[in-house]
Design a protein around this ligand. Structure first.
Ligand SMILES: Nc1nc2c(ncn2[C@@H]2O[C@H](COP(=O)(O)OP(=O)(O)OP(=O)(O)O)[C@@H](O)[C@H]2O)c(=O)[nH]1
Ligand SMILES: [Mg+2]
Length: 202
């Protein structure tokens, strides 16, 4: 949820979803630390990082949940996207199955009931043009039909990585606050709160 703070500051919970190997962790690592690893380890559970950006007069502190794409972690996902202000759904442009998985994530997000959720669809690994299986137009038209912001990125070359987050930041202040979650809130303080100690940066 985007929560206004003092002096035009905003805190925004952002979740990354997508198939394993699509490049979620690599995008976050590029955005937060300016790093890229050819052998990035598969995420277990989820990782938490923060990064702050300034857009016009507003400072947006992203609280980023980088989820694990392996299917066995699917049931954890609601814990991370519930109450989120924004989501980046990532697929790998060299992998059609990852595009199908991305569409499933978009459907799940749209069903979960926050109409103000800002969703970006990122076709990652744009540097691997010779291995491309998903055309830019396919991603763009799916995004247009579903009201998403679409962009092709490369965590490796850094192409459009900052742009995704800045574009989300620009869209956030216009979005009304997310409705309060009803019923069981797995993100409330308490025993179901995921560990935040592993890898947070400020
Ligand atoms: N060429 C290229 N490789 C990339 C890019 N982004 C990620 N990779 C590689 O793809 C592999 C998977 O990247 P990850 O960032 O671990 O993918 P993930 O989506 O976090 O995967 P899970 O944590 O298993 O869900 C790694 O070997 C990365 O180096 C990219 O933009 N270009
Ligand atoms: Mg990962």
């Amino acid at each position: 949820m985007a929560t206004p703070g003092a002096g035009g500051n905003l805190q925004a919970k952002l979740v990354l979803l997508g198939d394993m190997g699509a490049g979620k962790s690599s995008l976050v690592l590029r955005f937060v630390k300016g790093q890229f690893f050819d052998y990035q380890e598969s995420t277990i559970g989820a990782a938490f990082l923060t990064q702050t950006v300034a857009v016009n007069d507003v400072t947006v502190k992203f609280e980023i949940w980088d989820t694990a794409g392996q299917e066995r972690y699917h049931s954890l996902a609601p814990m991370y996207y519930r109450g989120a202000a924004a989501a980046i759904v990532v697929y790998d442009i060299t992998n059609t199955e990852s595009f199908t998985r991305a569409k499933n994530w978009v459907r799940e997000l749209q069903r979960q009931g926050n109409p103000n959720l800002v969703i970006a669809l990122a076709g990652n690994k744009a540097d691997l043009a010779s291995k491309r299986k998903v055309e830019t137009e396919e991603g763009q038209s799916y995004a247009d039909e579903n009201g998403l912001f679409f962009i092709e990125t490369s965590a490796k070359s850094a192409q459009n990585v900052n742009e995704v987050f800045y574009e989300i930041a620009r869209k956030l202040p216009k979005a009304a606050p997310a409705p309060q979650p009803q019923g069981l809130n797995l993100n409330a303080q308490g025993r179901t709160q995921p560990k935040r100690s592993c890898c947070s940066t400020s």
